[in-house]
Design a protein around this ligand. Structure first.
Ligand code: ADP
Ligand code: VHF
Length: 366
């Protein structure tokens, strides 16, 4: 048994993401029997002493049949209408299923913005913590009806990875309709299961394809979510919902993704993965070397230009002379203030403007 699998099996706080394909079908809509089997497995894990946060897709899938739709809509408005109908049914189904065990559920709908902005981020964190303290099971989904095209999460795999970080989870379990990561799309023929991913080389040659009729992200989004979670030090197990018992028990199925040994600080993780950027700083070659190679803070002297209406505390993109984004960081000054500081050496600036523009602790390179 690998260390990663032991960590998943022994995790005290677990985020479990359930894909649309696991609990809905195009013809039948929401499948309550399959949902009950999942809740049985989740209940088993909770009885063993673990906290569980559920991230459940399926709102769009559950809303299709009641609206007389037979294919997953492509346009945003119809998807949002389906999600609005389906989320109600979905939350109710989770509630009645957990009620069999006398458990209460709490619905948490999040948008990308909630994770990106620090205050909302903290609010969401507090709500999730309080729900768990009150012994209610949080059931999270994207707030599909208000999310606009550009605000949408890539998909719920990414949402689940961000939630895992948000609640300080010890493991993330992704349950789909496929029993693990294969070296190619298993629907297209001969493909082999990859049991352990411990380094990027394990993914060499892997073709992660698109999803099924109901899923949105396919395997590519699961891979990037697994990488995101691993970056924040969270081990990931990916398998089929039909294997939920074993995934939540001995964790001896599917594909296990090892976490990075050097867990990224919460602040740097937020800068790198969660926050939206509010502007761009253009760096000269010397500044790129200083921040990328020597891990130094960014000073006004190395900045050649800027764009965007950012404020101190916002995250900005750092772009090199060749136009490539080299990093992201929390800027210390408002755009108006920084505008006239650009190019000056620290000694040339007044004492109150001598702090670095982006401190090394708030800067991640990409
Ligand atoms: N390399 C791969 N390994 C495993 N599955 C893959 C791969 N490439 C594509 N897939 C497909 O991705 C699908 C799962 O993604 P998706 O339909 O989005 O699921 P979910 O609804 O659980 O998010 C699987 O059914 C599988 O056919
Ligand atoms: N929020 C959407 C699901 C988005 C999504 O990522 O779906 P999936 O790929 O099935 O996890 C819904 O509830 O239908």
């Amino acid at each position: 048994m690998s260390d990663t699998r032991e960590a998943v099996a022994g995790a005290r706080r677990v985020v479990v993401k359930i894909g649309s394909s696991a609990i809905t079908s195009l013809v039948g809509g929401l499948d309550r029997d399959r949902l009950d089997r999942l809740v049985d497995a989740l209940e088993g894990r909770m009885r063993g002493g673990s906290d569980v946060v559920v991230v459940s897709s399926g709102a769009v899938g559950a809303g299709l049949a009641p609206l007389g739709l037979t294919v997953r809509p492509r346009d945003l408005a119809t998807k949002q209408a389906a999600a609005s109908v389906g989320q109600l049914a979905l939350a109710h189904a989770w509630g009645t299923s957990f009620a069999r065990y006398g458990r209460t559920v709490g619905q948490v709908l999040l948008t990308a913005d909630d994770i990106a902005r620090r205050t909302q981020h903290r609010n969401a964190q507090r709500t999730l913590d309080r729900l768990r303290a009150l012994h209610a099971v949080p059931v999270v989904n994207e707030n599909d009806t208000v999310a606009t095209a550009e605000l949408r999460f890539g998909d719920n795999d990414r949402l689940a990875a961000l939630v895992a970080h948000l609640v300080g989870a010890d493991a993330l379990i992704l349950l789909s309709d496929v029993d693990g990561l294969y070296d190619g799309d298993p629907r297209k023929g001969d493909a082999h299961l990859i049991a352990e991913v411990t380094s990027p080389e394990d993914l060499d040659g892997v073709v992660a394809g698109s999803g099924g009729a109901l899923g949105t992200g396919g395997m590519a989004s699961k891979l990037s979510a697994a990488r995101l979670a691993a970056d924040s030090g969270v081990p990931v197990l990916l398998t089929a919902a039909s294997q939920a018992d074993r995934a939540l028990g001995a964790a001896d199925v599917g594909t296990a993704f090892a976490p990075r040994p050097d867990r990224m600080s919460a602040r740097r993780f937020w800068v790198r993965h969660a926050a939206d950027t509010h502007g761009t700083l253009h760096l000269d070659a010397g500044a790129v070397r200083a921040v990328v190679e020597r891990r130094r803070s960014l000073l006004a002297a190395g900045i050649t230009g800027m764009s965007g209406r950012f404020h101190g505390g916002d995250v900005v993109a750092l772009v090199g002379p060749d136009g490539r984004t080299v990093g992201r960081g929390v800027v210390a000054y408002d755009a108006a203030e920084l505008d006239w500081m650009i190019g000056f050496s620290t000694q040339q600036l007044p004492a109150d403007l001598q702090r670095p523009v982006v401190h090394a602790d708030d800067l991640v390179t990409l």
